[in-house]
Write a protein that binds this ligand. Sequence first.
Ligand SMILES: *[C@@H]1O[C@H](CO)[C@@H](O)[C@H](O)[C@H]1NC(C)=O
Ligand SMILES: *[C@@H]1O[C@H](CO)[C@@H](O)[C@H](O)[C@H]1NC(C)=O
Ligand SMILES: *[C@@H]1O[C@H](CO)[C@@H](O)[C@H](O)[C@H]1NC(C)=O
Ligand SMILES: *[C@@H]1O[C@H](CO)[C@@H](O)[C@H](O)[C@H]1NC(C)=O
Ligand SMILES: *[C@@H]1O[C@H](CO)[C@@H](O)[C@H](O)[C@H]1NC(C)=O
Ligand SMILES: *[C@@H]1O[C@H](CO)[C@@H](O)[C@H](O)[C@H]1NC(C)=O
Ligand SMILES: *[C@@H]1O[C@H](CO)[C@@H](O)[C@H](O)[C@H]1NC(C)=O
Ligand SMILES: *[C@@H]1O[C@H](CO)[C@@H](O)[C@H](O)[C@H]1NC(C)=O
Ligand SMILES: *[C@@H]1O[C@H](CO)[C@@H](O)[C@H](O)[C@H]1NC(C)=O
Ligand SMILES: *[C@@H]1O[C@H](CO)[C@@H](O)[C@H](O)[C@H]1NC(C)=O
Length: 354
Amino acid sequence: MDTFTLAAVLLFFTVGASAQVLEPLNETVLQNTDARFNCSVKTPGWTAMSWTVNGRLALIISELTGPLGTNASYSATNYSTVGEYKWEFVMKAVTAASAGSVGCQVQNNLLVSATLNVQQNGTVAITGSNRTATEGDQVTFLCITRSWLPEPQISWAVNGTKVDNGLYTVISEANGTLMNSNSNFTITAKANVSVDCLASISTLPSPAISTVFLTVQKAVPRPARDQTVLIAITVAFSLAALLALLIILIVFCCKRRRKKRTRYQDEVRARSLSHRQQATYARRGRVRENFGYIEDTPSVDNRDGVYTISGFRQDNYNNNMQLPEVNLSRYADDRSYDGYSFDGLQKHRHLTIV
Ligand SMILES: *[C@@H]1O[C@H](CO)[C@@H](O)[C@H](O)[C@H]1NC(C)=O
Ligand SMILES: *[C@@H]1O[C@H](CO)[C@@H](O)[C@H](O)[C@H]1NC(C)=O
Ligand SMILES: *[C@@H]1O[C@H](CO)[C@@H](O)[C@H](O)[C@H]1NC(C)=O
Ligand SMILES: *[C@@H]1O[C@H](CO)[C@@H](O)[C@H](O)[C@H]1NC(C)=O
Ligand SMILES: *[C@@H]1O[C@H](CO)[C@@H](O)[C@H](O)[C@H]1NC(C)=O
Ligand SMILES: *[C@@H]1O[C@H](CO)[C@@H](O)[C@H](O)[C@H]1NC(C)=O
Ligand SMILES: *[C@@H]1O[C@H](CO)[C@@H](O)[C@H](O)[C@H]1NC(C)=O
Ligand SMILES: *[C@@H]1O[C@H](CO)[C@@H](O)[C@H](O)[C@H]1NC(C)=O
Ligand SMILES: *[C@@H]1O[C@H](CO)[C@@H](O)[C@H](O)[C@H]1NC(C)=O
Ligand SMILES: *[C@@H]1O[C@H](CO)[C@@H](O)[C@H](O)[C@H]1NC(C)=O
């Protein structure tokens, strides 16, 4: 150490001895709790001690009268002893906004600064609610933490006993200045247990905790369960098949009965229709004949006692319509057909229109 360095150290020490002492120089507190700093001066005769937070004046303390000002967020406590003036600066219920630098200046001395860190406890939650599982099942729990500063320490406990940190995974990511994390923990269901997810940061008195309960049901022997399932499926299928068969049978029967009925109805309709048609044709025949619609000279054939009148326009009725009971005596009365006589027509009533 050369003379110059020694001189510099001595000079610094001399200046420092006359200046104020601030402690601690690095403080970390949890949000909503108080932050405290001590500033002390050995030499008397100072008149004012001023405190700043991030460069802004927060509180002034008078050597004679104590704290000046009325900002409720800040206060001071006198710890002075003989030969040392010492005041404690208290910041009440700090928020993240207060984090930064805290300075103490006595009279015209250099400002001395300390660092204030504010931690934030966020939320912790195991997703889903209480679980039930069958003995031997693998059950996975997901624990989600949100809005912590800094990143919390995640741990898991089963029935209150912490599990080895090799048994779970943690993935963290920042959201702005805050930290989020997800943690998976898988256990094999054996006994009814409580499962805790714990999140902790250094300033939190006790970890934040989320608890769910795992209820384990005794495993039913597998073959028995398989058989039950098989039986259930077989029974279900048999019932379904039986039902289908029944439905088909019912439908078939109904159809047959309806067909029978419709066939009968058709017959009845056909019969009544033919009667009506015949009557109509008979009437028409007469009408036409009466109104002289017969354009061609009808020829009446009398072979085998069947008279056939040809030359009628057929319109839209069927061939060979038989017109029973046509009173052909009128022909005889009203007209004479090319000298044919209509003797014996009363005996033969069948008339065929071609
Ligand atoms: C102050 O303390 C915090 C945590 O307590 C640490 O992370 C940081 O590095 C410290 N800062 C200094 C300047 O020592
Ligand atoms: C300030 O000093 C007093 C007395 O020495 C002590 O009780 C108190 O804990 C100190 N506060 C801080 C923040 O160090
Ligand atoms: C601070 O405490 C010391 C010692 O108890 C006392 O002498 C001094 O008057 C007090 N200062 C004020 C402003 O109350
Ligand atoms: C106290 O000071 C803080 C920060 O300097 C300020 O935000 C707050 O409004 C002040 N409160 C009062 C009552 O003046
Ligand atoms: C942080 O912890 C305090 C007490 O330790 C509690 O009152 C507060 O509700 C917690 N905040 C959050 C966001 O969990
Ligand atoms: C889980 O079970 C415990 C005790 O069995 C009960 O106190 C708690 O309310 C249950 N939680 C939920 C979310 O159902
Ligand atoms: C991230 O932070 C913002 C506000 O700070 C909030 O609205 C948002 O929900 C957060 N996202 C997550 C995933 O936590
Ligand atoms: C946790 O498990 C879920 C599925 O259960 C998966 O999607 C996710 O990636 C896992 N996360 C971690 C951190 O292992
Ligand atoms: C767990 O508790 C339930 C009743 O809550 C009980 O029926 C079951 O047998 C228990 N399981 C074990 C593995 O003890
Ligand atoms: C956990 O605790 C419950 C009751 O508190 C008890 O029935 C169970 O056997 C315990 N399980 C283990 C693995 O210790």
